[in-house]
Design a protein around this ligand. Structure first.
Ligand code: GLP
Length: 243
């Protein structure tokens, strides 16, 4: 696992955007796995700026997002559909037909999950998957548990994630109790993985990830099974100043 420790959030975001741009320049038809949450916001901002400067062309790119709350309307400002439109999609030239996000409105979520997996396979698989990490080590919405689920599935959110994500909603009661997420095997099947983490509250999760021990109590630790993972974090998440 490669670890890049940056001085601060902006540097981390620029480094991540540079890696994304490099991938797209190398192969304009890249299939990107995208993440939501506050962590990648700076990376998306940089990617939009690079697009405006003519440094990236997204016209051949296909995207698959990691997860979405369930149930949630796409028009809800807290949905990941809305987030992606605001942070990236409406600013760049990714063709709409190439954009995929798990469906928070699906009448039959299990069927929708199977279709999502099929779409990923049909695209040739994800070339580069971006990940954030939950304070409890979740990736996507694969929460700590006695066992993990391999493929895209409907899952319950843990109390700690509902509490952590309540900051984006008017109240904790409004946080959906479920989500649709890629499974751990879906994530591990990406050819490359880029995990971003910043801030002190991510320190324990990052330490567990870098401890090289694999446990379902910290789903991110399964990334140790992958041959090409880059972690970009700031000093606080890495804990460089710890005594
Ligand atoms: C959310 C998302 C994850 C994200 C994580 C961290 O619940 N499902 O994909 O990586 O939690 O969020 P943040 O970046 O806001 O700390």
């Amino acid at each position: 696992m490669r670890v890049i420790v940056c001085d601060h959030y902006d540097e981390m975001s620029k480094e991540a955007a540079r890696i994304m741009a490099h991938e797209i320049t190398l192969c304009p038809k890249r299939v990107l796995g995208l993440a939501t949450g506050s962590t990648p916001v700076g990376m998306y901002r940089e990617m939009c700026a690079m697009y405006k400067r003519g440094e990236i062309d997204f016209s051949g790119v296909t995207t698959f997002n990691l997860d979405e709350y369930y149930p949630i309307r796409r028009s809800n400002p807290q949905s990941y559909h809305y987030f992606m439109q605001e942070q990236l999609f409406r600013h760049v030239n990714i063709p709409e037909k190439n954009i995929h996000i798990p469906d928070g409105e699906a009448a039959d979520p299990e069927k929708a999950c199977k279709e999502y997996e099929a779409e990923i396979a049909e695209s040739g698989g994800i070339d580069l998957q971006v990940l954030g990490i939950g304070v409890n080590g979740h990736i996507g919405f694969n929460e700590p548990a006695g066992s993990l689920v391999a493929r895209t599935h409907l899952t319950d959110l843990t109390e700690s994630t509902i509490k952590a994500n309540a900051r984006f909603f008017k109240s904790e009661d409004e946080v959906p109790k479920h989500a649709v997420t890629m499974g751990v095997a879906t994530i591990l099947q990406a050819k490359k993985i880029l995990l971003l983490a910043n801030g002190k509250n991510k320190h324990d999760a990052i330490r567990a990830l870098l401890s090289e021990r694999i446990s379902t109590s910290n789903p991110a630790t399964f990334l140790n099974l992958h041959p090409d993972v880059t972690v970009i974090c700031d000093k606080e998440a890495y804990g460089e100043n710890d005594s």
